[in-house]
Design a protein around this ligand. Structure first.
Ligand SMILES: [Zn+2]
Length: 309
């Protein structure tokens, strides 16, 4: 941290109860405070960007937690997703107003957390997980934002279970999965289908069980074979990890304006490498210089508009 950062006026801390940490029971106060402090720096980065770009408006419906599958269906319907797989969860959430930052390397014990800050939804994601796990974590945090409202995110096991069920229903919608002919699917068939939904083999197996499509759960060959084949914590031949499209575009726009990521870092009072640790390592990554987006824009394209001067 620079003297400028330390000497700057105090910023509002993130209140502890604004966040639902999945690992809360095992988490020390020190770990929690470290995560919230890192999150606070990311909020400063976000403020810097907000002062210069018009980002997508927030369009995340709020639903009560009483009816879980319908909540995921409500969001899917509201966003016009039908029953199709979500091609890129992070890009979709960013197009709907979520600000997504990465958890820094000293917070490796966390998967993710989210909160509303000044009425804007923020999601923080670990980057060391598989691509499939990263998508599920992002959908889980969407679940907290949708189910647990702007002002009250309960820190309780029930809330975590609700967010997990939301994530499964959001990523693997009932009708879409039912339409795939997966009753009593073999492990090979599950591995094939998980590539369509871009979820882990275990998550799809779980969902098939939830939809009463598997009859041998817990004792059958599927439940045993996936962990043995390395699918409990990993995802052999998995998908690429999703990253922020919004931040990539912001950094390209900054570059196009003749500035460098060091501009942001120094005005916040952090180092460029610290900045990089909050933004998926994007700032020092070469962004293609042909003026093309780094990824295909989602259906509801992100647009960065410099605010009127
Ligand atoms: Zn959670």
């Amino acid at each position: 941290m620079s003297p400028g950062f330390l000497g700057a006026p105090d910023v509002d801390e993130i209140p502890e109860d604004a966040v639902s940490f999945r690992a809360l029971s095992k988490m020390t106060a020190r770990q929690r405070d470290r995560a919230l402090s890192a999150g606070r720096v990311a909020l400063l980065i976000s403020d810097w960007i907000d002062a210069r770009f018009r980002l997508p408006d927030t369009d995340i419906p709020a639903c009560p937690a009483t009816s879980l599958n319908p909540a995921a269906q409500v969001v899917r319907a509201h966003w016009g997703l039908g029953e199709r797989p979500v091609s890129n969860v992070l890009h979709l959430l960013e197009s709907r107003g979520a600000r997504i930052y990465s958890l820094t390397s000293e917070n490796t014990e966390l998967d993710a957390f989210s909160l509303y800050w000044q009425e804007r939804p923020f999601i923080f994601l670990a980057t060391g997980k598989t691509g499939e796990r990263g998508r599920f974590d992002a959908a889980h945090e969407l679940g907290h934002l949708v189910l647990h409202g702007e002002h009250q995110v309960p820190s309780r096991p029930a809330a975590e279970a609700e967010a997990n069920r939301f994530a499964a229903a959001f990523l693997m919608p009932r009708a879409g999965v039912l339409g795939q002919g997966l009753p009593d699917a073999t492990p090979a068939r599950i591995l094939e289908a998980k590539r369509i939904w871009k979820v882990s083999a275990m998550a799809l197996t779980h969902r098939l069980h939830e939809l009463d499509l598997l009859t041998e759960w817990g004792t059958g060959p599927r439940a045993c074979s996936f962990p043995r084949l390395g699918y409990r914590y990993g995802e052999p031949r998995g998908i690429e990890r999703e990253s922020s499209q919004l931040l990539a575009k912001v950094f390209r726009a900054i570059r196009d304006a003749g500035e460098t990521p060091a501009t942001i870092a120094s005005s916040i009072g952090i180092s460029t490498s610290e900045l990089q640790s909050h933004v998926f390592g994007l700032t020092l990554t070469a962004v293609p210089g042909d003026g093309q987006p780094v990824t295909t824009p989602p259906r509801h394209g992100l647009r960065l508009v410099p605010p009127p001067s």
